[in-house]
Design a protein around this ligand. Sequence first.
Ligand SMILES: Nc1ncnc2c1ncn2[C@@H]1O[C@H](COP(=O)(O)OP(=O)(O)OP(=O)(O)O)[C@@H](O)[C@H]1O
Ligand SMILES: [Mg+2]
Length: 249
Amino acid sequence: MAVVLEQPASLDAQPAPPATRVLRAEGVRKVYRSGADEVDALRGVDLDVRAGEFVAVMGPSGSGKTTLLNCFSGLDSIDGGRVLIEGRSIHELPDAERTKHRAAAMGFVFQAFNLILVFTTVENVELPLLLAGTKEAEARRRAEETLARVGLGHRFRHRPTELSGGEQQRVAIARAVAGRPRIVWADEPTGNLDSEMAGSVMDLLSELHEEGLTLILVTHDNTVAARGTRLITVRDGRIVEDVALPATV
Ligand SMILES: Nc1ncnc2c1ncn2[C@@H]1O[C@H](COP(=O)(O)OP(=O)(O)OP(=O)(O)O)[C@@H](O)[C@H]1O
Ligand SMILES: [Mg+2]
């Protein structure tokens, strides 16, 4: 019979035990080649993320934040090291397996929303569910339920161009979480929003985090980063700082 030992709080700072670790990156390297030029975008990056963390990623433009997100999530290939998501080495999986694993475990939110403009909000949200094999009626039900959850229950039939920027980003968040992923990656999700809309988008992401979602979020905005439980600073393809953040009220 398994015995569960209570962990003293002080052990929190220790490396994550495999059971609660959702991400482990080991010596990840990424080199972009264009013609004779080479850019070392990631220079051997290690990172451990535990379930339920909200990791804010900051750093100067061109430092490698987007590359880190794309490589760690398996959206892009790597040139060295390995990345384990929930214990599986994602870059070593066959393409179809990696895509399936990504669809089941992860959601993505981008600065430019990336919604399909000819689709309604509900069609945008249900698309990844349909691609993942969810039956039509169930995909529609879940898309509507998730849109209601992000405060857009009255906007099912609108198209993205008929929504404000903040509303479009909430549709994108609904799309990212409708499949109930355990990890959401967000690359400057408030970068195109004014401060009020950014606040409401961050309230939503913070709520989802409080419900147990692991969130890894790139931002240039200190107030956005302050919502995190942990702040990582990237510079010149390396993590140069990694600190726990105090809880905000
Ligand atoms: N597809 C690509 N081909 C060649 N070089 C690239 C490519 N994508 C990014 N780079 C280079 O890799 C480095 C890291 O880029 P990255 O997009 O990760 O930076 P970033 O930290 O996200 O910057 P920003 O804050 O401006 O979004 C930069 O020097 C960039 O010019
Ligand atoms: Mg970027």
